[in-house]
Design a protein around this ligand. Structure first.
Ligand code: ADP
Ligand code: ASP
Ligand code: MG
Length: 416
Protein backbone atom coordinates (compact mmCIF):
# COMPACT_ATOMS: atom_id res chain seq x y z
CA UNK A 1 0.00 0.00 0.00
CA UNK A 2 1.46 3.35 -1.09
CA UNK A 3 1.02 6.62 0.75
CA UNK A 4 0.27 9.44 -1.67
CA UNK A 5 0.14 13.16 -0.86
CA UNK A 6 -2.10 15.15 -3.22
CA UNK A 7 -2.20 18.94 -3.12
CA UNK A 8 -5.00 20.83 -4.86
CA UNK A 9 -4.50 24.53 -5.63
CA UNK A 10 -7.10 27.30 -5.51
CA UNK A 11 -8.42 27.02 -9.09
CA UNK A 12 -8.69 23.24 -8.74
CA UNK A 13 -11.19 23.64 -5.85
CA UNK A 14 -12.70 26.98 -6.90
CA UNK A 15 -16.39 25.97 -6.88
CA UNK A 16 -18.69 23.04 -6.00
CA UNK A 17 -18.18 21.36 -9.40
CA UNK A 18 -14.42 21.45 -8.92
CA UNK A 19 -14.75 20.07 -5.40
CA UNK A 20 -16.82 17.18 -6.80
CA UNK A 21 -14.19 16.47 -9.47
CA UNK A 22 -11.40 16.51 -6.88
CA UNK A 23 -13.39 14.30 -4.50
CA UNK A 24 -13.84 11.80 -7.35
CA UNK A 25 -10.09 11.70 -7.96
CA UNK A 26 -9.36 11.17 -4.27
CA UNK A 27 -11.99 8.42 -4.06
CA UNK A 28 -10.40 6.64 -7.05
CA UNK A 29 -6.91 6.95 -5.54
CA UNK A 30 -8.15 5.52 -2.24
CA UNK A 31 -10.09 2.67 -3.86
CA UNK A 32 -6.94 1.64 -5.70
CA UNK A 33 -5.61 0.70 -2.27
CA UNK A 34 -3.52 3.78 -1.47
CA UNK A 35 -3.34 5.77 1.72
CA UNK A 36 -4.13 9.39 0.84
CA UNK A 37 -3.18 12.65 2.51
CA UNK A 38 -4.76 15.64 0.76
CA UNK A 39 -3.59 19.25 1.13
CA UNK A 40 -5.95 21.99 -0.03
CA UNK A 41 -5.70 25.67 -0.83
CA UNK A 42 -8.41 28.24 -0.31
CA UNK A 43 -11.13 28.23 -3.02
CA UNK A 44 -10.31 30.38 -6.06
CA UNK A 45 -9.47 33.92 -5.03
CA UNK A 46 -10.59 33.42 -1.39
CA UNK A 47 -7.23 34.50 0.05
CA UNK A 48 -7.10 37.63 -2.13
CA UNK A 49 -10.66 38.45 -1.08
CA UNK A 50 -9.82 38.08 2.60
CA UNK A 51 -6.80 40.37 2.14
CA UNK A 52 -9.01 42.94 0.37
CA UNK A 53 -11.48 42.70 3.24
CA UNK A 54 -8.70 43.32 5.75
CA UNK A 55 -7.50 46.31 3.68
CA UNK A 56 -10.98 47.76 3.86
CA UNK A 57 -11.17 47.70 7.65
CA UNK A 58 -7.58 48.30 8.76
CA UNK A 59 -4.30 49.86 7.73
CA UNK A 60 -2.43 48.24 10.61
CA UNK A 61 -3.35 44.58 10.09
CA UNK A 62 -1.47 42.92 12.94
CA UNK A 63 0.18 39.72 11.67
CA UNK A 64 -1.53 37.55 14.25
CA UNK A 65 -4.99 38.71 13.19
CA UNK A 66 -4.17 38.40 9.48
CA UNK A 67 -3.17 34.79 10.07
CA UNK A 68 -6.34 34.11 12.05
CA UNK A 69 -8.26 35.50 9.06
CA UNK A 70 -6.33 33.97 6.15
CA UNK A 71 -6.25 30.43 7.56
CA UNK A 72 -10.04 30.29 7.37
CA UNK A 73 -9.84 30.05 3.54
CA UNK A 74 -8.04 26.70 3.59
CA UNK A 75 -10.12 25.45 6.50
CA UNK A 76 -13.30 26.06 4.51
CA UNK A 77 -12.05 23.99 1.54
CA UNK A 78 -10.88 21.16 3.80
CA UNK A 79 -14.27 20.84 5.49
CA UNK A 80 -16.23 21.06 2.22
CA UNK A 81 -14.05 18.50 0.46
CA UNK A 82 -14.33 16.12 3.41
CA UNK A 83 -18.14 16.40 3.19
CA UNK A 84 -18.00 15.64 -0.54
CA UNK A 85 -15.89 12.57 0.25
CA UNK A 86 -18.48 11.42 2.81
CA UNK A 87 -21.09 11.43 0.01
CA UNK A 88 -18.84 9.06 -1.91
CA UNK A 89 -18.56 6.68 1.02
CA UNK A 90 -14.92 7.66 1.62
CA UNK A 91 -14.11 8.02 5.30
CA UNK A 92 -12.12 11.20 5.74
CA UNK A 93 -11.26 13.83 8.31
CA UNK A 94 -10.36 17.49 7.82
CA UNK A 95 -7.50 18.87 9.89
CA UNK A 96 -5.98 22.32 10.30
CA UNK A 97 -2.22 22.85 10.20
CA UNK A 98 -2.26 23.17 13.96
CA UNK A 99 -4.14 19.89 14.44
CA UNK A 100 -1.61 18.16 12.20
CA UNK A 101 1.24 19.53 14.32
CA UNK A 102 2.94 21.72 11.71
CA UNK A 103 5.10 23.66 14.13
CA UNK A 104 6.53 26.94 12.87
CA UNK A 105 8.53 29.87 14.13
CA UNK A 106 6.65 32.97 15.31
CA UNK A 107 7.01 35.10 12.12
CA UNK A 108 3.38 35.77 11.19
CA UNK A 109 2.57 35.64 7.43
CA UNK A 110 6.03 34.25 6.56
CA UNK A 111 6.47 31.54 9.19
CA UNK A 112 9.06 28.82 8.66
CA UNK A 113 8.43 25.17 9.51
CA UNK A 114 10.40 23.88 12.47
CA UNK A 115 8.85 20.43 12.73
CA UNK A 116 5.96 18.37 11.40
CA UNK A 117 4.59 16.09 14.11
CA UNK A 118 1.80 14.44 12.09
CA UNK A 119 0.47 12.20 14.90
CA UNK A 120 -3.16 12.80 14.01
CA UNK A 121 -2.46 12.10 10.35
CA UNK A 122 -0.85 8.77 11.24
CA UNK A 123 -3.72 7.87 13.56
CA UNK A 124 -6.38 8.73 10.95
CA UNK A 125 -4.53 6.79 8.23
CA UNK A 126 -4.29 3.80 10.58
CA UNK A 127 -8.09 3.93 10.86
CA UNK A 128 -8.31 3.78 7.07
CA UNK A 129 -9.29 7.44 6.68
CA UNK A 130 -8.24 10.00 4.11
CA UNK A 131 -6.73 13.09 5.78
CA UNK A 132 -7.68 16.44 4.28
CA UNK A 133 -5.25 19.03 5.59
CA UNK A 134 -5.75 22.80 5.34
CA UNK A 135 -2.60 24.04 3.58
CA UNK A 136 -0.49 27.17 4.07
CA UNK A 137 -0.73 27.18 7.87
CA UNK A 138 0.80 25.96 11.09
CA UNK A 139 1.03 26.74 14.76
CA UNK A 140 3.95 28.63 16.22
CA UNK A 141 6.17 27.74 19.13
CA UNK A 142 4.18 30.46 20.95
CA UNK A 143 0.97 28.48 20.22
CA UNK A 144 -0.33 31.07 17.76
CA UNK A 145 -1.82 30.28 14.34
CA UNK A 146 0.62 31.19 11.54
CA UNK A 147 0.70 31.24 7.74
CA UNK A 148 3.81 30.48 5.71
CA UNK A 149 3.63 32.93 2.78
CA UNK A 150 1.59 33.15 -0.42
CA UNK A 151 1.39 29.85 -2.26
CA UNK A 152 2.58 27.92 0.79
CA UNK A 153 0.09 25.08 0.46
CA UNK A 154 2.77 23.65 -1.84
CA UNK A 155 5.10 23.75 1.16
CA UNK A 156 2.55 22.01 3.39
CA UNK A 157 2.41 19.25 0.77
CA UNK A 158 6.16 18.70 0.46
CA UNK A 159 6.63 18.89 4.23
CA UNK A 160 3.88 16.33 4.87
CA UNK A 161 5.19 14.07 2.11
CA UNK A 162 8.57 14.07 3.82
CA UNK A 163 7.19 13.64 7.35
CA UNK A 164 4.91 10.77 6.30
CA UNK A 165 7.55 9.21 4.07
CA UNK A 166 5.09 9.33 1.17
CA UNK A 167 5.77 7.45 -2.02
CA UNK A 168 4.79 10.46 -4.11
CA UNK A 169 3.75 14.05 -3.75
CA UNK A 170 1.34 15.19 -6.45
CA UNK A 171 0.80 18.93 -6.91
CA UNK A 172 -2.48 19.33 -8.80
CA UNK A 173 -2.94 22.69 -10.47
CA UNK A 174 -4.63 24.40 -13.44
CA UNK A 175 -1.95 23.71 -16.08
CA UNK A 176 -0.66 20.29 -17.19
CA UNK A 177 2.82 20.60 -15.67
CA UNK A 178 5.89 22.80 -15.52
CA UNK A 179 6.50 24.49 -18.87
CA UNK A 180 9.43 26.29 -20.47
CA UNK A 181 7.44 29.49 -19.71
CA UNK A 182 4.07 30.43 -18.25
CA UNK A 183 1.69 29.15 -20.96
CA UNK A 184 -0.67 32.04 -20.16
CA UNK A 185 2.03 34.44 -21.37
CA UNK A 186 3.95 32.35 -23.90
CA UNK A 187 1.44 30.11 -25.72
CA UNK A 188 4.33 28.29 -27.44
CA UNK A 189 5.60 27.08 -24.04
CA UNK A 190 6.64 23.43 -24.02
CA UNK A 191 5.82 21.00 -21.23
CA UNK A 192 8.86 19.52 -19.48
CA UNK A 193 8.73 15.81 -18.69
CA UNK A 194 11.18 16.38 -15.86
CA UNK A 195 13.17 19.19 -14.31
CA UNK A 196 15.99 19.15 -11.76
CA UNK A 197 15.38 20.67 -8.31
CA UNK A 198 18.15 23.24 -8.92
CA UNK A 199 16.52 24.58 -12.07
CA UNK A 200 13.05 24.52 -10.51
CA UNK A 201 14.50 26.41 -7.55
CA UNK A 202 15.88 29.12 -9.84
CA UNK A 203 12.59 29.29 -11.75
CA UNK A 204 10.61 29.64 -8.52
CA UNK A 205 13.16 32.13 -7.18
CA UNK A 206 12.86 34.17 -10.37
CA UNK A 207 9.12 34.43 -9.72
CA UNK A 208 7.46 31.49 -11.50
CA UNK A 209 4.44 30.81 -9.33
CA UNK A 210 3.78 27.27 -10.55
CA UNK A 211 5.55 26.04 -7.39
CA UNK A 212 6.20 28.14 -4.30
CA UNK A 213 9.93 28.69 -3.74
CA UNK A 214 10.06 27.26 -0.25
CA UNK A 215 8.26 24.08 -1.25
CA UNK A 216 10.97 23.45 -3.85
CA UNK A 217 13.68 24.26 -1.32
CA UNK A 218 12.13 21.83 1.14
CA UNK A 219 11.64 19.12 -1.49
CA UNK A 220 15.24 19.47 -2.66
CA UNK A 221 16.72 19.46 0.84
CA UNK A 222 14.77 16.35 1.80
CA UNK A 223 14.74 14.72 -1.65
CA UNK A 224 10.96 14.58 -2.03
CA UNK A 225 10.15 14.14 -5.77
CA UNK A 226 7.22 16.34 -6.83
CA UNK A 227 4.80 15.53 -9.63
CA UNK A 228 3.16 18.74 -10.93
CA UNK A 229 0.00 17.90 -12.88
CA UNK A 230 -3.46 19.05 -13.91
CA UNK A 231 -6.65 18.72 -11.86
CA UNK A 232 -8.56 19.46 -15.08
CA UNK A 233 -7.18 16.91 -17.56
CA UNK A 234 -5.61 14.52 -14.99
CA UNK A 235 -2.85 13.60 -17.49
CA UNK A 236 0.72 12.85 -16.27
CA UNK A 237 2.62 16.08 -15.65
CA UNK A 238 6.20 17.09 -14.83
CA UNK A 239 8.52 15.36 -12.35
CA UNK A 240 10.71 17.63 -10.25
CA UNK A 241 13.58 15.47 -8.96
CA UNK A 242 17.31 15.39 -8.30
CA UNK A 243 17.95 13.39 -11.46
CA UNK A 244 20.98 14.76 -13.32
CA UNK A 245 20.46 16.34 -16.71
CA UNK A 246 21.14 14.17 -19.74
CA UNK A 247 23.58 15.19 -22.46
CA UNK A 248 20.77 16.21 -24.82
CA UNK A 249 19.10 18.58 -22.39
CA UNK A 250 18.94 22.15 -23.72
CA UNK A 251 21.12 24.90 -22.24
CA UNK A 252 18.07 26.96 -21.30
CA UNK A 253 15.22 25.21 -19.51
CA UNK A 254 12.88 28.15 -19.20
CA UNK A 255 11.90 31.79 -19.44
CA UNK A 256 10.36 33.14 -16.25
CA UNK A 257 8.15 36.23 -15.97
CA UNK A 258 7.22 38.04 -12.79
CA UNK A 259 5.01 41.08 -12.35
CA UNK A 260 4.77 40.98 -8.57
CA UNK A 261 7.71 43.24 -7.79
CA UNK A 262 8.05 47.01 -7.52
CA UNK A 263 11.12 49.19 -7.98
CA UNK A 264 12.25 51.83 -5.49
CA UNK A 265 14.88 54.44 -6.33
CA UNK A 266 16.60 56.59 -3.74
CA UNK A 267 18.16 59.67 -5.36
CA UNK A 268 21.14 61.75 -4.31
CA UNK A 269 22.55 59.32 -1.79
CA UNK A 270 25.89 60.44 -0.27
CA UNK A 271 28.63 58.11 -1.56
CA UNK A 272 30.32 56.94 1.62
CA UNK A 273 30.83 53.67 3.53
CA UNK A 274 27.86 52.43 5.55
CA UNK A 275 25.09 53.93 3.42
CA UNK A 276 23.90 50.63 1.90
CA UNK A 277 23.97 48.98 5.31
CA UNK A 278 21.92 51.87 6.73
CA UNK A 279 19.31 51.35 3.99
CA UNK A 280 19.08 47.58 3.78
CA UNK A 281 19.53 46.51 7.42
CA UNK A 282 16.20 47.96 8.57
CA UNK A 283 14.46 46.40 5.53
CA UNK A 284 15.97 43.01 6.38
CA UNK A 285 14.94 43.42 10.02
CA UNK A 286 11.39 44.10 8.82
CA UNK A 287 11.54 40.85 6.78
CA UNK A 288 11.23 42.65 3.43
CA UNK A 289 12.69 40.48 0.67
CA UNK A 290 14.83 42.89 -1.33
CA UNK A 291 15.63 41.26 -4.67
CA UNK A 292 17.80 43.16 -7.21
CA UNK A 293 19.95 46.10 -6.16
CA UNK A 294 21.68 48.55 -8.50
CA UNK A 295 23.90 51.42 -7.42
CA UNK A 296 25.14 53.90 -10.01
CA UNK A 297 28.66 55.30 -9.97
CA UNK A 298 28.73 58.55 -8.08
CA UNK A 299 28.97 61.98 -9.62
CA UNK A 300 30.03 64.81 -7.31
CA UNK A 301 29.85 62.65 -4.21
CA UNK A 302 26.28 61.40 -4.57
CA UNK A 303 24.71 58.40 -6.28
CA UNK A 304 21.30 56.76 -6.88
CA UNK A 305 20.35 53.34 -5.51
CA UNK A 306 17.52 51.31 -7.07
CA UNK A 307 16.15 48.03 -5.77
CA UNK A 308 13.18 45.73 -6.27
CA UNK A 309 10.98 44.05 -3.69
CA UNK A 310 7.58 42.30 -3.62
CA UNK A 311 4.76 44.79 -4.24
CA UNK A 312 3.00 43.19 -1.29
CA UNK A 313 5.78 44.46 1.03
CA UNK A 314 5.67 47.98 -0.38
CA UNK A 315 3.34 49.63 2.15
CA UNK A 316 5.48 48.30 4.95
CA UNK A 317 8.80 49.16 3.26
CA UNK A 318 7.74 52.65 2.17
CA UNK A 319 7.83 54.02 5.71
CA UNK A 320 11.28 52.53 6.36
CA UNK A 321 12.78 53.79 3.09
CA UNK A 322 11.48 57.35 3.57
CA UNK A 323 12.75 57.45 7.14
CA UNK A 324 16.21 56.16 6.20
CA UNK A 325 16.39 58.43 3.13
CA UNK A 326 15.84 61.39 5.45
CA UNK A 327 18.47 60.17 7.92
CA UNK A 328 21.16 59.78 5.25
CA UNK A 329 20.28 63.09 3.54
CA UNK A 330 19.18 61.56 0.23
CA UNK A 331 17.42 64.03 -2.06
CA UNK A 332 14.33 61.94 -2.89
CA UNK A 333 12.60 58.56 -3.28
CA UNK A 334 10.49 57.24 -6.18
CA UNK A 335 8.42 54.08 -6.63
CA UNK A 336 7.59 52.25 -9.82
CA UNK A 337 5.00 49.45 -9.77
CA UNK A 338 4.88 49.24 -13.54
CA UNK A 339 7.82 46.90 -13.95
CA UNK A 340 8.35 43.24 -14.76
CA UNK A 341 11.21 40.82 -14.33
CA UNK A 342 12.11 38.44 -17.15
CA UNK A 343 14.63 35.67 -16.48
CA UNK A 344 16.37 32.91 -18.39
CA UNK A 345 17.09 29.78 -16.36
CA UNK A 346 19.18 26.77 -17.33
CA UNK A 347 21.79 24.53 -15.73
CA UNK A 348 23.65 24.43 -19.07
CA UNK A 349 24.50 28.15 -18.71
CA UNK A 350 27.38 27.26 -16.40
CA UNK A 351 29.34 25.87 -19.32
CA UNK A 352 27.99 28.07 -22.12
CA UNK A 353 29.32 31.61 -22.16
CA UNK A 354 27.47 34.28 -24.09
CA UNK A 355 23.92 33.54 -22.92
CA UNK A 356 23.52 36.95 -21.27
CA UNK A 357 24.92 38.74 -24.34
CA UNK A 358 22.52 36.88 -26.64
CA UNK A 359 19.64 37.71 -24.28
CA UNK A 360 20.46 41.44 -24.38
CA UNK A 361 20.74 41.37 -28.19
CA UNK A 362 17.31 39.71 -28.53
CA UNK A 363 15.78 42.31 -26.19
CA UNK A 364 17.50 45.16 -28.05
CA UNK A 365 16.11 43.91 -31.35
CA UNK A 366 12.64 44.00 -29.75
CA UNK A 367 13.31 47.57 -28.47
CA UNK A 368 12.93 46.42 -24.87
CA UNK A 369 14.74 48.82 -22.56
CA UNK A 370 16.56 47.06 -19.69
CA UNK A 371 16.37 48.83 -16.31
CA UNK A 372 18.28 46.35 -14.15
CA UNK A 373 20.26 43.13 -14.57
CA UNK A 374 21.21 40.36 -12.15
CA UNK A 375 22.74 36.94 -12.64
CA UNK A 376 23.43 33.68 -10.84
CA UNK A 377 25.38 30.70 -12.19
CA UNK A 378 22.26 29.33 -13.86
CA UNK A 379 20.03 32.44 -14.29
CA UNK A 380 20.07 35.86 -15.98
CA UNK A 381 17.31 38.30 -14.97
CA UNK A 382 16.40 41.72 -16.31
CA UNK A 383 13.86 44.27 -15.17
CA UNK A 384 11.90 46.05 -17.91
CA UNK A 385 8.65 48.00 -18.26
CA UNK A 386 5.61 45.85 -17.49
CA UNK A 387 4.22 46.59 -20.97
CA UNK A 388 7.32 45.02 -22.57
CA UNK A 389 7.19 41.77 -20.59
CA UNK A 390 5.12 39.63 -22.93
CA UNK A 391 7.11 40.66 -26.00
CA UNK A 392 10.38 40.07 -24.18
CA UNK A 393 9.36 36.62 -22.92
CA UNK A 394 8.01 35.42 -26.27
CA UNK A 395 11.00 36.63 -28.28
CA UNK A 396 13.49 35.05 -25.83
CA UNK A 397 11.52 31.81 -25.87
CA UNK A 398 11.76 31.70 -29.66
CA UNK A 399 15.39 32.86 -29.85
CA UNK A 400 16.58 30.18 -27.42
CA UNK A 401 14.83 27.43 -29.39
CA UNK A 402 12.16 26.63 -26.81
CA UNK A 403 8.98 27.04 -28.90
CA UNK A 404 6.90 23.87 -28.99
CA UNK A 405 5.53 24.43 -32.49
CA UNK A 406 1.92 24.51 -31.24
CA UNK A 407 0.03 26.79 -28.90
CA UNK A 408 -0.88 25.46 -25.44
CA UNK A 409 -4.09 23.50 -25.94
CA UNK A 410 -5.34 22.25 -22.54
CA UNK A 411 -8.03 24.36 -20.87
CA UNK A 412 -6.64 27.44 -19.09
CA UNK A 413 -9.28 28.15 -16.46
CA UNK A 414 -9.79 31.78 -15.55
CA UNK A 415 -8.90 32.45 -11.95
CA UNK A 416 -12.08 33.46 -10.14
P1 ADP B 1 -2.36 26.79 -7.71
O1 ADP B 1 -3.52 27.62 -7.31
O2 ADP B 1 -2.74 25.45 -8.25
O3 ADP B 1 -1.29 26.72 -6.67
P2 ADP B 1 -0.83 28.77 -9.15
O4 ADP B 1 -1.66 29.84 -9.77
O5 ADP B 1 -0.12 29.08 -7.89
O6 ADP B 1 -1.76 27.50 -9.00
O7 ADP B 1 0.25 28.21 -10.20
C1 ADP B 1 -0.19 27.75 -11.46
C2 ADP B 1 0.01 28.84 -12.50
O8 ADP B 1 1.41 29.07 -12.63
C3 ADP B 1 -0.42 28.49 -13.90
O9 ADP B 1 -1.78 28.77 -14.12
C4 ADP B 1 0.50 29.32 -14.79
O10 ADP B 1 -0.15 30.47 -15.27
C5 ADP B 1 1.61 29.76 -13.84
N1 ADP B 1 2.97 29.46 -14.32
C6 ADP B 1 4.00 30.33 -14.25
N2 ADP B 1 5.10 29.79 -14.77
C7 ADP B 1 4.78 28.54 -15.19
C8 ADP B 1 5.51 27.48 -15.79
N3 ADP B 1 6.82 27.60 -16.08
N4 ADP B 1 4.87 26.34 -16.06
C9 ADP B 1 3.57 26.20 -15.77
N5 ADP B 1 2.81 27.16 -15.19
C10 ADP B 1 3.40 28.33 -14.90
N1 ASP C 1 -4.32 30.33 -0.29
C1 ASP C 1 -2.94 30.73 -0.13
C2 ASP C 1 -2.57 31.74 -1.20
O1 ASP C 1 -3.41 32.11 -2.01
C3 ASP C 1 -2.00 29.56 -0.12
C4 ASP C 1 -2.00 28.71 -1.38
O2 ASP C 1 -2.89 28.80 -2.21
O3 ASP C 1 -1.06 27.93 -1.52
O4 ASP C 1 -1.48 32.21 -1.22
MG1 MG D 1 0.25 28.02 -6.13
Amino acid sequence: MALIVQKYGGTSVADPDRIHAVADNIAITKRRGNEVVVVVSAMGKATDNLIALANSVSSKQPGREMDMLLTTGERQTAALLTMALADRGVEAISLTGSQVGIITDTEHRKAKIIEVKGDRVRAALAEGKVCVVAGFQGVSTAKEITTMGRGASDLTASALAQAMDAESCEIYTDVTGVFTADPRIVPQARKLQKIHFDEMLEMAGAGSKVLALRSVEFARNHDVPLHVRSAFTWEPGTWVTNEEASMEDPIISGVVTDMTEAKVTVFGVPDRPGISAAMFEPLADANVNVDMIVQNTSTEGTTDISFTMPMADMAHAEEIVSRVAGEINATGVSHDNDIAKVSLVGAGMKSSPGIAAKMFRVLADESVNIHMISTSTIRVSVVCAAGDMERAARSLHTAFGLDSGADYSAPLPTRK
